[in-house]
Ligand binder design. Sequence first.
Ligand SMILES: NC(=O)c1ccc[n+]([C@@H]2O[C@H](COP(=O)([O-])OP(=O)(O)OC[C@H]3O[C@@H](n4cnc5c(N)ncnc54)[C@H](OP(=O)(O)O)[C@@H]3O)[C@@H](O)[C@H]2O)c1
Length: 230
Amino acid sequence: MPTALITGASRGLGRAAAHALARRGWSLIVDARRAADLTGAMRGLAGVIAVPGDVTDPGHRARLAEAASRTGRLDVLVNNASRLGPSPQPPLASYPLDELSRVYDTVVFAPLALIQLLAAPLTAAAGAVVNVSSDAATEAYPGWGGYGSAKAALDQLTAVLAVEQPSLRCYAFDPGDMRTDMHQQAFPGEDISDRPLPEAVVPAFRKLITERLPDGRYRAAELMPSGARS
Ligand SMILES: NC(=O)c1ccc[n+]([C@@H]2O[C@H](COP(=O)([O-])OP(=O)(O)OC[C@H]3O[C@@H](n4cnc5c(N)ncnc54)[C@H](OP(=O)(O)O)[C@@H]3O)[C@@H](O)[C@H]2O)c1
């Protein structure tokens, strides 16, 4: 039975991905900071180990690794949990550096720490790392310099990891706009009801991990059945 560890699975993309994989027989290890939300989100799914906690906490990461070792195999690590920063997002000239540090802790250091902790079981399974990115990593939108630069660091980390770890598949996955809490936080007070639900992105995510595509940075739109990747 393939096993995936998905961070930030209590709502949004993480929850949608967890449900899609669990329905197809995957075993899962999942987290989120709010235990009750995580338990509620996973209700009714079989084969799920829920480990509530904060990915920036080394003790919590150790508990995730322990859960992975108990399952005996780990095929996919999905670094999905994220932090936007202040809402509304301030320009870089006045960006509070203590908050920027927290954004980097969640978006860059925690994913790398999990990769370091889980490299052995992932390699043994010839597995994959999916680091969830954003178009803010590659586009210079005003106000997006904190979150966007952190996602850019995550992208580069993914690319270097790919050449250093040829037996692992390493992906940066840009889901595109989704109607989620984080998106609403990024656009406070705006009507985001025209954005697609995260479930719409899941077929692209599944294609990435089930077809063992080459290492790289992928936009969900390119991976959809009607989209062609050059
Ligand atoms: N939504 C978009 O339009 C969009 C666009 C591009 C990229 N993305 C990326 O897509 C991914 C998913 O975003 P989303 O929109 O689905 O977010 P979301 O709906 O806000 O969900 C975030 C999830 O992560 C958990 N989480 C947050 N911080 C955490 C931490 N420190 N430790 C553990 N869990 C944590 C949250 O639960 P708790 O709060 O209980 O911890 C929740 O389960 C993120 O990497 C985001 O940057 C989103």
